[in-house]
Write a protein that binds this ligand. Structure first.
Ligand code: GCW
Length: 690
């Protein structure tokens, strides 16, 4: 009867109705026209074994046979459907799920909403078919929810194939080209669709020679990848080199003001869209860590971004332009230059100058994906610019997928941080174009989205450390709903990944993972000071002075008396002045600066007493030792799950935990010994120092 209602409503709106038979694939977004309706009759069987993050990807929804007794009706309309009780005004990704008269109905305004609604049912499993009446409306907060892949086609001599990748080679490329067999990409695409990710950039932002050609000679291959992502609501993007007109086009310049350069980009974009009509756009790292950019021609980053935006504009494409621009050739003797200031200094003055189809992509912190950083002040400084916040799912600075480090709580904190408008507008609202004060009319606030660097590779478990899958899962779910509880999302992931497992599996995973980010922080660089990682080992493991006398602008300034970076307006680099009130005052004043960011903002003596009541030096000693005890206890906890989870997965996690204990111990001993040797202050607990 619901089907009949839907059929009547469709006819009333002049649409045609398609009923998919089980086994048929879902339509892609482009094929559902206004007033058309697509119904898929699915069933309880579709909810089984479809964990979004399982080691062996689940079969597609439509591949499973229907169960005749448990109807699920999913409907896509253009908006004014009333069959389920007055639902109207769908945005494309929105869906409504209703349980009435023994039938579960998913209604959406477009094929993507339908897809998300079906995945929602899969996630819920039996609950979606329960007796209780449910009526749920859901839609994502951020319009773009993107994953960036730092994948190279060629294997880079230092970085490997995937820059900062800890899960083997690329799922996209092998043998110097896009893979013939894209079945792994198809499984990944389905996984991304299931967590609401709707955009993917498929190559490294450091665009090397071979990869630059994806934009030209490689287009047919990129189109094959886009074909695989499309049915799952995911649009494909490319990272491009700003120097493409020179490198690929043979022009003498890439100057944004040069008409030949403009024409080259326009023609390049025309070719892309002739091959891939729904291509997403470009991601650009310019004038950053050696990548070419507009500075070479005396132009600024609005000139640079708009050049590309104007080429994409006629086709509906977007430029994601990264704000990660700083001087990577700094003299460590120079105490006035502060890398934390760089993005704001470069970009805040350009607010209002970017074209409508430019999104400025800002790392969550002012430095570089550290375990603990304050939120970037750029996100509060550009109200007339579309902004996206960039997170790092790949664990470059958080244990490189050897360490258990569940990042959901870090991202919740970033997305929920009330940065702007008198601390009423959080980061998620800023990047989604929502006002802070809830009584402020939304007007036309610019919206960008949420982006992150992916952590998958061709590894058997996708992410190297099997538990790192939870980070990918939580990223998508938080980008959809930044207010979701990150531990509840972890719980959801556990349920989908280990369906029907012994309750001890769930319990143990919570023990290991809930606070693992804080545990990781507690044995690595203290109190927000950052780095202390080993430059010779790709940032893995401790090396307190590893970057202290280098050109990279990341210093801790520890001497015999104290440690930390003075970023105050009063006596330091004036970085705190980049924040709106109340944050500039909060961070400026030692009395209000939170402990966990103390050394990011202030240089203090080791005897400085934290709000927690302990001194800085004793905190360094204690947390490092306590954290290693915690990690050590995980080994036995995990061992007890032998036989309760798949054997290979058990073995892989056990192996990584052994390495985590070894590495955490090294961190503990190097930091405790280093600071004892610097300060001469003994550890009050008398635990060993070397
Ligand atoms: O954190 C740094 C990484 C680089 C990376 C860069 C960036 C892709 O160490 O590997 O380059 O950030 O974000 O561009």
């Amino acid at each position: 009867t619901v089907v009949d209602e839907v059929r009547r409503a469709t006819a009333a709106h002049g649409g045609s109705l398609t009923v998919l038979t089980p086994g048929e694939a879902l339509p892609d977004a482009a094929s559902v026209r206004s007033h058309d309706l697509v119904l898929l009759v699915a069933s309880r069987a579709h909810t089984r074994g479809s964990g979004a993050a399982r080691q062996v990807p689940p079969p597609a929804l439509a591949e499973q046979p229907p169960h005749p007794n448990d109807p699920l009706v999913a409907a896509a309309t253009d908006g004014a459907l009333v069959a389920t009780g007055g639902v109207a005004d769908f945005s494309p990704d929105m869906f409504v799920r209703v349980r009435a008269a023994g039938t579960t109905v998913v209604v959406a305004g477009a094929a993507t909403g339908l897809l998300y609604g079906l995945h929602d049912v899969v996630r819920l499993g039996e609950t979606a078919f329960g007796d209780c009446d449910i009526d749920v409306t859901d839609l994502p907060v951020a319009p773009v929810r993107m994953l960036d892949h730092w994948d190279n086609i060629d294997v880079h001599p230092v970085m490997g194939q995937v820059e900062r990748g800890y899960a083997g080679g690329s799922i996209f490329y092998a043998d110097g080209r896009v893979r013939e067999d894209l079945s792994r990409v198809a499984a990944y695409a389905r996984l991304l669709g299931s967590i609401g990710v709707n955009a993917v950039a498929i190559n490294n932002v450091n665009v090397h020679r071979t990869e630059a050609r994806l934009l030209t000679d490689g287009l047919d291959d990129v189109a094959r990848v886009a074909d695989v992502f499309r049915p799952h609501g995911v649009r494909t993007y490319l990272s491009v080199s700003f120097a493409s007109p020179v490198v690929l086009g043979g022009l003498p310049t890439s100057d944004p003001a040069d008409p030949d350069v403009q024409a080259w980009w326009a023609a390049a974009a025309d070719r892309v869209y002739a091959t891939i009509p729904d291509f997403g756009g470009f991601v650009v790292k310019a004038d950053s860590e050696g990548q070419p950019g507009p500075f070479a021609y005396g132009r600024d980053h609005a000139d640079g971004a708009n050049l590309l935006a104007r080429a994409l504009r006629p086709h509906g494409g977007t430029v994601f332009w990264r704000a990660f621009v700083y001087n990577h050739e700094q003299d460590w003797r120079d105490r006035r230059t502060d890398r934390a200031r760089a993005a704001y200094d470069h970009f805040a003055p350009l607010d209002g100058r970017f074209d409508e189809n430019v999104v400025l992509q800002v790392k969550y912190g002012p430095i570089d994906f550290q375990t603990r950083e304050p939120v970037s002040p750029v996100l509060a400084a550009m109200p007339r610019t579309r902004l996206a916040v960039e997170l790092q799912v790949t664990q470059e600075y958080t244990g490189q997928q050897n360490h258990v480090c569940y990042l959901g709580p870090l991202w919740s904190q970033v997305l929920g941080f009330p940065l702007a408008e008198d601390a009423t507008r959080d980061v998620a609202r800023i990047v989604s174009g929502l006002p802070g004060h809830r009584d402020t009319p939304s007007g036309d606030l610019p919206a960008g989205g949420i982006t992150a660097v992916s952590n998958v590779g061709d590894d058997e478990f996708w992410t190297g450390h099997p538990l790192a899958q939870a980070n990918l899962y939580a990223y998508g779910r938080l980008a959809w709903n930044p207010e979701a509880d990150s531990v509840a999302l972890l719980d959801e992931w556990i349920g989908l990944t280990f369906p029907g497992a012994d309750p001890r599996v769930r319990e143990t995973l919570h023990t290991l993972m809930d606070d693992s980010w804080l545990t990781y922080e507690a044995y690595t660089a203290p109190l927000g000071v950052g780095f202390m990682v080993d430059p010779g080992r790709q940032h893995y493991g401790p090396n307190v002075d590893g970057y202290e006398y280098s050109k990279w602008g990341t210093y801790h300034f520890a001497d015999r008396d104290g440690i930390g970076v003075d970023r105050t307006v009063a006596t330091g680099t004036r970085y705190t002045g980049q924040y709106p009130s109340p944050w500039r005052e909060t961070y400026e004043d030692l009395a209000t600066c939170p402990d966990e960011l103390l050394l990011f903002f202030h240089h203090v003596p080791y005897s400085h007493v934290l709000h927690s009541g302990t001194t800085v030096i004793q905190h360094i000693y204690d947390s490092r030792a306590d954290a290693v005890d915690v990690v050590t206890s995980w080994v036995d906890a995990w061992a007890a799950l032998d036989g309760l989870v798949p054997d290979r997965l058990h073995a892989r996690v056990a192996e990584r935990l052994t390495e985590q204990v070894r590495s955490a111990t090294e961190w503990r001993d190097q930091l405790r010994s280093y600071f004892f040797r610097k300060s001469g202050v003994p550890d009050a607990t008398g635990r060993p120092i070397y």
